[in-house]
Design a protein around this ligand. Structure first.
Ligand code: ZN
Length: 155
């Protein structure tokens, strides 16, 4: 099997059948992020239970990379602590900066699950922002949600 086409299949599958799509209640923070260079948009809500991400809900439009990235991110972050989820976001950032270096991708494969399919995007600087938009929105929304919850984060 061609790795590149397998990756494309994963991206297209998330694009056609997005996981967790739709805006849901309750939520502690909602953000709207845009990627003007491509015209991608996402509205993303974070619902916390203490410091755990209980739900991430979203609506968006734009290219397949941007929309598939939100879906793959949803699978990776729901049910985890904000700290762990954002650490995975940092790993995804590392992948996006890898310029197509397969050694970097191999090292992150287990952690990034389906999001590893975006490895090829790192070779196209113009598309990196498409893939990163969802993670930027998550970081922003999580910080706002934490700030909106009482100290100690008791739900
Ligand atoms: Zn895009």
């Amino acid at each position: 099997m061609q790795l590149q086409s397998m990756y494309q299949d994963i991206i297209l599958d998330h694009y056609r059948n997005p996981h967790g799509r739709g805006l849901r209640d309750p939520f502690e923070a909602e953000v709207h992020h845009v990627n003007p260079t491509c015209g991608d948009e996402v509205t993303l809500r974070v619902h916390l239970d203490g410091e755990t991400i209980a739900d991430v809900s979203y609506e968006g439009m734009g290219c397949s990379i941007s929309q598939a990235s939100v879906s793959a991110m949803y699978d990776l972050v729901v049910g985890r602590s904000v700290t762990d989820a954002l650490a995975t976001g940092d790993s995804f950032m590392t992948l996006m900066q890898s310029k197509g270096d397969t050694t970097v991708a191999e090292g992150l494969e287990d952690e990034l699950e389906d999001a590893i399919a975006f490895a090829g995007v790192s070779k196209y600087p113009a598309r990196i922002k498409c893939a990163l938009m969802s993670w930027m929105a998550l970081k922003d929304a999580s910080a706002r949600a934490l700030a909106a919850t009482p100290a100690g984060g008791q739900a």
